[in-house]
Design a binder for this molecule. Structure first.
Ligand SMILES: [Mn+2]
Length: 293
């Protein structure tokens, strides 16, 4: 079977030859374990469509990402819907290839479960997890590897002090107790809204110069801004708060990123653009890092 489908045009229409690219987009249309809304499989295509209708010049950064970075899009990894394990191996394989080639992967999800497989391509990792939910259940509806357990599965791979949860405003009593026992560093959306600078400074102290992977569950945003997520949670961040937080991560040793949980069938058009613009913001950060090294 085909393991990867080429997509043209890719994100933003960027199509540098892979060999010369510094940043590689990879679509992961994984759409299996949603407990409520489904339709993740349409997300990479909708994000790419929106990306072509946004400017590549970013005033907040004072640069054009098209001029500063060599960017390409590998296309979509093909999931096997009835086999999470082999799908996961495939995700890990393609992300590992990008990482071994010294490039920065930006994954367009797809359900959050993909993060568990993607991070296996890296060593010595810290995970910054932007999400309304803790995703710390050990199993959900009988599944151990699913969108509601992804952070817990991550802790099978990383020490608990390597997970930093940001934007949290929903979890079960068991998850709250587990997080407390494991001393998981986390910040609520209200804490972030009160002082982005304080949270960023604590994050920087924690991760120091270690490699950092950023996973962005779009439900960290308020549903007013990103309505088409699998499990909306009122009381979230504004888009500008999310973008400010991402910009402030420019001093970190970022090595990879994913944008997940978008379900296009529920969109009014806004979520696709928010997802695409979020990716542009990550490109802005990578551009600044390149300019200063
Ligand atoms: Mn979530």
């Amino acid at each position: 079977m085909e393991e990867l489908i080429r997509i043209s045009p890719g994100f933003g229409g960027f199509d540098f030859p892979y060999d010369k690219a510094e940043v590689v987009f990879l679509g992961i249309p994984l759409d299996v374990t949603s407990s409520y809304r489904a339709g993740y499989r349409f997300a990479p295509a909708k994000i790419r469509e929106a990306s072509a209708n946004l400017e590549t010049y970013l005033p907040e950064f004072g640069l054009d990402v098209f001029e500063t970075l060599n960017i390409t899009d590998m296309g979509d990894v093909v999931p096997t819907p009835t086999d999470m394990e082999s799908t996961g191996e495939r995700i890990k394989k393609f992300v590992s290839r990008i990482v071994k080639d010294g490039k920065f992967p930006i994954l367009l999800g797809g359900e959050h479960t993909l993060t568990y497989f993607s991070i296996q391509a890296f060593d010595d990792l810290f995970l910054i997890h932007l999400d309304a939910h803790r995703d710390l259940r050990d199993e959900y509806l009988g599944d151990r590897v699913c969108h509601a357990t992804v952070a817990r599965r991550v802790l099978d791979l990383l020490e608990a002090d390597r997970l930093i949860q940001v934007g949290i405003r929903s979890c079960s009593k068991e998850e709250a107790e587990y997080a407390k026992t494991k001393k998981i560093k986390s910040f609520s959306s209200a804490e972030l809204q009160a002082s982005i600078a304080r949270i960023v400074s604590e994050v920087k102290q924690t991760v120091a110069s270690h490699p950092v992977y950023l996973t962005i569950d779009l439900d960290v945003l308020d549903p007013a801004f990103a309505p088409a997520v699998a499990t909306p949670e009122p009381g979230g961040l504004t888009v500008s708060e999310l973008f400010t937080f991402i910009r402030e991560l420019r001093d970190l040793n970022l090595v990879g990123c994913d944008i997940v949980e978008f379900v296009p069938p529920y969109d009014n058009g806004n979520t696709a653009f928010v997802a695409a613009k979020t990716a542009y913001h990550v490109l802005g950060v990578l551009s600044l890092k390149k300019a200063t090294t």
